[in-house]
Design a protein around this ligand. Structure first.
Ligand SMILES: *[C@@H]1O[C@H](CO)[C@@H](O)[C@H](O)[C@H]1NC(C)=O
Ligand SMILES: *[C@@H]1O[C@H](CO)[C@@H](O)[C@H](O)[C@H]1NC(C)=O
Ligand SMILES: CC(=O)N[C@H]1CO[C@H](CO)[C@@H](O)[C@@H]1O
Length: 544
């Protein structure tokens, strides 16, 4: 049988980098510049990202100088790698040293970080404090894809050649020996005349898939991760005969296990299975490929990463399954998740929680519903209604108000005549208060000084907007001082905000001397004052 199938590059869907804790400190503006990202390191403490202007940034711990900033400093905030500025990153991989490999759209290959086994491929074992261009044997080649094992490196070129270098204790470089390989060397023997279309590295093993769908493996095989039916290491590529007759489209490797996806959406796994990472339902290693998820619908993507024992797959209808080591648990059968991409499985359940591929986040030509709505607030061009407060206009959309607020829903439904005025005059609230109310309906967010938040609390109470009420109370609590505490307490009583009242009351009792010197204290009506003094007394404010 002659099989020929085209290997489709797996395009990453839009992902949210903040699912990885290292990104959680980053502000929305900075996040919106990110186009590609990778999280790596033995504790997922390092990250690299590429902006839409093709600037490369790194941050996190600098284990083995893996940040490549040249100054051996760790950094909580992102630092630019000037050397890579303007180069379009197409592929990126990392080892566990860590070392980093990066391929650009021009086909150039850069490496930095741990180099104890020559995994940077520039002929030395000096740590790469800054990116170096890896050129030996690659000068007239165009690198399209990179893959790293724990301490070895692989590159695939546009002509289908595979190069490997670095740590070679088990033959993972495929050179026929176990001597470390200081510079990129073409993986030949039975791959010599083949056109490789995909590469993957396990911790100390290597895989390549070629254009006719055959899969080759070499390196460490102690757990059967080469799928050859035995567990002997291989110093040169060997074809996985058990996959004969199948056309494999995608291969991925975990720490010591492997997964292959065929052009018909069939999924095969083999290798180590201590954590159930093969998804077979038991924990025994498999020396040869076994088909899994046979009862499920067609699989369209598989995911694994050499630093984890976790596996994930996505099916035709977009369902994402995970198995293997999931936050310490051994999950032996594919478990259906609510994730929309396999990347999220790694962010939330892998140990370490690294990225299994270079993430891609396309922000420029896409706005979420929330972002679009936010943009339309107070936009006269699309608005069909305006409010006039203190002589100033605020432009809004009837539909949005109706959808977002019960007050407007009933107002527009009952006595709203389409021919009626397009301007609504508001006089019972101030401009900043009414504006932040309307803005809240578009953004879920309130930004107001505590004094104005009292006015907004009034509005939220009369419009029965309980969430807005909570937000106002939070702003007020955070802005309380000895000088305004009593006015805030009065407001809380007036607007029936019990929790806020309790909070302000306690603050007043704790700052009684200062509070009783304020004008607000002396302006309140007698009943409220008497009530306050009584309650304060019960709390022991007056010691005798
Ligand atoms: C290889 O990279 C190391 C680390 O950056 C550097 O010290 C060394 O000079 C480089 N060697 C060559 C031949 O480029
Ligand atoms: C584990 O599952 C595989 C695949 O279904 C099967 O071939 C193998 O016999 C099972 N091993 C044990 C010990 O049950
Ligand atoms: C600030 C910091 O942690 N710097 C470290 C960066 O990495 C080098 C090499 O591992 C260490 O020596 C530094 O201490």
């Amino acid at each position: 049988m002659f099989l020929l199938c085209v290997c489709v590059c797996v395009c990453a869907p839009m992902v949210d980098v903040t699912k990885w804790p290292v990104f959680s400190l980053m502000g929305t503006r900075q996040l919106s510049t990110i186009r590609k990202a990778s999280v790596f390191g033995t504790s997922a403490n390092e990250a690299i990202y590429v902006t839409k202007d093709d600037e490369v940034y790194v941050f996190g711990l600098n284990c083995s100088n893996c940040l490549g900033t040249g100054d051996s400093q760790s950094s909580i905030v992102a630092k630019k790698l000037d050397f890579l500025s303007g180069r379009k990153v197409v592929s990126l991989s990392y080892g566990s040293g860590p070392h980093v490999l990066l391929a650009t759209a021009d086909g150039e290959l850069f490496a930095w970080g741990h180099n104890g086994y020559s995994q940077l491929g520039n002929g030395t074992t000096n740590q790469g404090v800054a990116p170096v261009l890896v050129s030996t044997n690659l000068l007239n080649r165009k690198v399209t894809e990179v893959a790293c094992g724990s301490h070895h490196s692989m590159a695939l070129t546009d002509s289908g050649e595979v190069y490997a270098w670095g740590y070679n204790n088990c033959g993972q470089v495929g050179s026929g020996s176990t001597a470390n390989q200081p510079t990129p060397r073409r993986v030949s023997s039975c791959l010599q005349s083949k056109v490789a279309v995909g590469i993957a590295c396990g911790q100390t093993s290597s895989l390549a898939v070629v254009d006719n769908g055959e899969v080759y493996g070499w390196g460490y095989n102690g757990n059967g991760q080469l799928g050859l039916g035995n567990n002997g290491n291989q110093l040169t590529p060997c074809r996985i005969v058990a996959l004969q007759g199948l056309c494999v489209r995608q291969i991925v490797s975990g720490y010591a296990h492997s997964l292959a996806l065929t052009d018909e959406g069939l999924l095969y796994t083999w290798g180590a299975n201590t954590y159930g990472q093969l998804g077979t339902g038991n924990k025994s290693n498999q020396l040869s490929p076994v088909q899994i998820m046979t009862e499920k619908e067609r699989v369209v993507e598989v995911a694994a990463c050499h630093s984890a024992h976790t596996s994930a797959a996505k099916t035709q209808s977009g369902q994402v399954y995970m198995w293997g080591q999931c936050r310490g648990q051994a999950v032996a059968l594919p478990h259906l998740t609510h994730f929309t991409c396999t990347d999220d499985v790694f962010a939330c359940f892998a140990t370490p929680a690294v990225t299994w591929r270079l993430l891609s986040t396309e922000h420029d030509d896409f706005l979420t519903v929330a972002q679009s709505l936010k943009k339309e607030f107070d936009n006269p061009e699309t608005a069909d209604l305006k409010f006039c407060i203190d002589g100033k206009y605020i432009y809004v959309h009837k539909a949005v108000l109706k959808i977002r607020c019960e007050h407007f829903r009933s107002m527009f439904q009952s006595h709203w005549n389409e021919d009626m005025k397009e301007v609504i005059e508001i006089d019972q609230f101030s401009y900043p208060v009414y504006r932040s109310f309307l803005e809240f309906l578009y953004t879920d967010n309130v930004e107001l000084p505590p004094e104005d938040a009292v006015g907004l609390l009034d509005l939220a109470t009369s419009y029965c907007e309980s969430r807005l009420k909570c937000l106002c109370q939070r702003i007020i609590k955070r802005g309380i001082t000895g000088g305004n505490a009593f006015s805030l307490l009065s407001a809380a009583v007036r607007y029936d905000a019990e929790e806020l009242e309790e909070f302000c009351f306690k603050f007043c009792v704790n700052h009684l001397t200062e509070v009783t010197q304020t004008a607000a204290f002396w302006q309140i009506d007698g009943d409220l004052l008497k009530d306050f003094i009584c309650r304060a007394g019960r709390c022991g404010a007056f010691k005798n």
